[in-house]
Design a protein around this ligand. Structure first.
Ligand code: GLN
Length: 485
């Protein structure tokens, strides 16, 4: 058994009982990266020198007999839209190609305090806009299960790194599914926290009222461990919740007898691959056999979620990306005669096609003629979608659906059919619209490709998700399967 293929909690135990050092763990992961990274392309930057320095200090502390937490000495990969002090943070955009942040994101401070070792920054769709990681300005990332297919997006590099055992866990960001979708397509666990539970300080903003940072993990236990470190109030993010969080590890190994599960029928309707639907329903059967009560429910506003999501997020993106103008931030063109040309050429050359599309959409829906018709109406429907979830969670502990309606697509397929690409967000965007938490957990294989089941709860109800997901994982073995690389 190679060290790199173990889970976070397994490797933690081995380090704790003195079997191995943090340096040996790092050696194993970097060796793995050397072996497979040419095929996968998960990373944009590797931080080897830095990583070994941290590993040595962790080993020294351990030798002195210091009590170290769960993450001490554990290698982690970080999506390249999360600020890392002294380490390039490009957002996979030409706009920020050479940007080295002078500060750490809140989550990075937390990981560093916990002794986790940042081993590299991972590829993504430019500014986290996309579903396949094909929109990166620098390279594509391949799905470890099938190198001709996408890993999902936008956090495709972070998902592929964990699925290919090139990291024990990773961080992504999820605005409309960018953690859950690639987690589903790469056969690992991905978690999108309650809006406000994890500070966005240092996350390069896409759509601020939707964005959340969350983890990719090899199993549910690892996920619970990581959440304990990411959650917490931060004054530097005005939307950070001033809440006390429970220990998520306490939600592991629990009985789910009597828990109430709702299956929203709109998430199993036309457009969902029938094999995926069957796999998720089989997964639900496992939970039913463990004593959960399952009922079909209806969330009728689901059909508006995709347009609502794209209208509001594009407006927020338009505003957030205004700062990248070649003067205040970002790439500056070499060709300009006057100030206007400086702005126009810097932005035209610095941003890719998808980002420009979102900026245009945002500009369009915010004009005085269009504002009421598009933006205001989208905000109203957002409220209705939230209310619908609130009502459902008065009756049910969790809701379950597929994480993604299709299996990982081949390269190029999404750009050939853009409307399929946008509609495929249908299972994940409602969750960000409502600000609730959700996990994607592996629930089987269709045509040899991993499929994810999405488990959602009310805001701050993550313990219920972990309970159900862990019960499922203990009674199945999908998370133990590995791609052959
Ligand atoms: N696929 C969605 C989009 O393109 C979600 C992206 C995300 O969650 N960052 O906007």
């Amino acid at each position: 058994m190679n060290l790199y293929s173990l889970t976070l909690h397994e490797i933690r135990d081995k380090m704790r009982n003195g079997e191995i050092s943090s340096k040996e763990v790092l050696d194993s992961v970097y060796k793995r990266i050397e072996e497979v990274e040419d095929k996968i392309g998960a990373y944009l930057t590797l931080t080897k020198d830095y990583a070994y320095e941290v590993a040595e200090s962790i080993d020294r502390r351990r030798l002195k007999g210091e009590e170290l937490g769960d993450l001490a000495g554990i290698p982690v990969a970080v999506k390249d839209n999360i600020s890392t002090k002294g380490i390039k943070t490009t957002c996979a955009s030409k706009m920020l190609e050479n940007y080295v942040p002078p500060f750490d994101a809140h989550v990075i401070e937390k990981l560093k305090d916990a002794g986790a070792i940042i081993i590299g920054k991972t590829n993504l769709d430019e500014f986290a806009m996309g579903h396949s990681t094909e929109n990166s300005a620098f390279k594509i990332t391949k799905n470890p299960w099938d190198l001709e297919r996408v890993p999902g997006g936008s956090s495709g590099g972070s998902a592929a790194a964990v699925a290919a055992d090139e990291a024990y866990f990773s961080l992504g960001s999820d605005t409309g599914g960018s953690i859950r979708q690639p987690a589903a397509m790469c056969g690992i666990v991905g978690f999108k926290p309650t809006y406000g539970a994890v500070s966005r300080y240092g996350l390069v903003a896409f759509a601020s009222s939707f964005d959340q940072i969350g983890p990719f993990a090899k199993d549910v236990e690892d996920c619970a461990i990581i959440l304990n470190y990411l959650y917490g109030h931060d004054e530097r993010d005005s939307t950070s919740l001033p809440a006390e969080y429970e220990d998520f590890k306490a939600a592991l190994n629990k009985d789910i007898k009597g828990m109430k599960i709702g299956l929203p029928k709109e998430y199993f309707a036309e457009g969902i691959d029938p094999e995926i639907k069957d796999l998720v329903l089989n997964g639900v059967k496992v939970l039913e056999n463990l004593g959960a009560h399952v009922e079909e429910i209806s969330l009728p506003h689901t059909k508006y979620a995709v347009p609502v999501y794209y209208i509001i997020t594009s407006a927020e993106a338009f505003s957030n990306l205004a700062r990248f103008d070649g003067v205040r931030y970002g790439y500056r063109t070499k060709e300009y005669k006057d100030l206007e040309e400086l702005y126009v050429n810097s932005r035209s050359e610095g941003f890719g096609k998808e980002v420009k599309f979102r900026i245009l959409l945002g500009t369009y829906s915010l004009t005085s003629e269009n504002y009421d018709y598009y933006h205001k109406r989208a905000l109203k429907v957002r409220r209705l979608i939230r209310q619908e979830f609130d009502e459902a969670f008065n009756k049910y502990d969790v809701l379950i659906s597929p994480s993604y309606p299709i299996v990982a697509t081949k390269f190029g397929e999404q750009s050939e059919n853009v409307s399929i690409a946008y509609m495929s967000d249908i299972c994940t965007v409602p969750i960000n619209i409502a600000g609730i938490p959700a996990m994607s957990i592996p629930c089987g294989f269709s045509k040899g490709l991993p499929v994810g089941m999405q488990i959602m709860s009310k805001a701050m109800g993550e313990a219920a998700i972990i309970k159900v997901a862990h019960a499922f994982e203990r009674n199945t073995d999908y998370n133990k399967k590995k791609p052959s690389l």
